[in-house]
Ligand binder design. Structure first.
Ligand code: AP5
Ligand code: MG
Length: 230
């Protein structure tokens, strides 16, 4: 299965992407996670990316496309992949299309802006894996510790309220147009067009998960890796 998860910052893309990847047995390609790993490594690219992320702007397309291309060349993408946070604007979507990288489905997780700041302020992440928790809505088994490794959870540096508001603005200006882009492409009847699915992301994490998995099972049933429970 090849999928894109689209949505505002804090909509729950990463959270739902993990469920989908587990169900379909495909790797998650999360450009934000990749950039944070680069920043932690102290590389020149990571240092540049961090400066941009800290103010809530988008990292230049050529950097992102380089990272994505390198990641797609690895053997674990043979079964498919799920993009989380990519493409982020029309030029990135066009680059994907021009390179002939087709996708089965685009899943939009729709959440009101008013909900976003509440979700971000309680978010905690496990930096090494990108696993995401929320102090209230999705707490770890042990406070402040990752469920699988027991390592410390941290707050993301771009989750301060001012940066979140800027990220939301960038989302509306640059990423939201992808909704029309992919919807129109599907309507055009082009055989390469991905299905477009819109999921209401305002309900509980488990309800959103069921809705996402149900929708994907309808759109790409034959690609499911296992018959695990929903
Ligand atoms: P990125 O890491 O992609 O961040 P984002 O898109 O802003 O999205 P988030 O990761 O903040 O939110 P999410 O939708 O994954 O939500 P989550 O599941 O964590 O990008 C960061 C930066 O990197 C960008 O600003 C940019 O600078 C750069 N970048 C990345 N990709 C780029 C690209 N392609 N081009 C250019 N620049 C790029 O959930 C949020 C919280 O809510 C969690 O605590 C979670 O537990 C909780 N939660 C989830 N669902 C629910 C629910 N239903 N109810 C209650 N709580 C919930
Ligand atoms: Mg995320």
């Amino acid at each position: 299965m090849r999928a894109i998860v689209l949505g505002a910052p804090g909509a729950g893309k990463g959270t739902q992407a993990d469920f989908v990847c587990e169900r379909y047995g495909v790797p998650k390609i999360a450009t934000g996670d990749m950039l944070r790993a680069a920043a932690d490594s102290g590389s020149e690219l990571g240092r540049r990316a961090k400066e941009i992320m800290d103010v809530g702007a988008l990292v230049p397309d050529e950097i992102i496309l380089g990272l994505v291309e390198e990641r797609l060349s690895r053997p674990d993408c043979g079964r498919g992949f799920l993009f989380d946070g990519f493409p982020r604007n029309i030029p990135q979507a066009e680059a994907l299309r021009n390179r002939g990288i087709t996708v089965d489905v685009v899943v939009e997780i729709a959440v009101d802006d008013s909900e976003i700041v509440r979700r971000m302020s309680g978010r905690r992440i496990h930096p090494a894996s990108g696993r995401t928790y929320h102090v209230e809505f999705n707490p770890p088994a042990l406070q402040g510790k990752d469920d699988l490794t027991g390592e410390e959870l941290v707050q993301r540096e771009d989750d301060g309220e001012a940066t979140v508001r800027e990220r939301l603005k960038v989302y509306h200006d640059q990423t939201r147009p992808l909704i029309d882009y992919y919807s129109a492409w599907e309507r055009s009847g082009d055989r390469d067009a991905p299905h477009y699915v819109r999921i209401d992301g305002m309900s509980t994490l488990d309800s959103v998960r069921s809705a996402v998995l149900e929708a994907l099972d309808q759109v790409v049933p034959s690609l499911r890796a296992t018959s695990s429970s929903s």
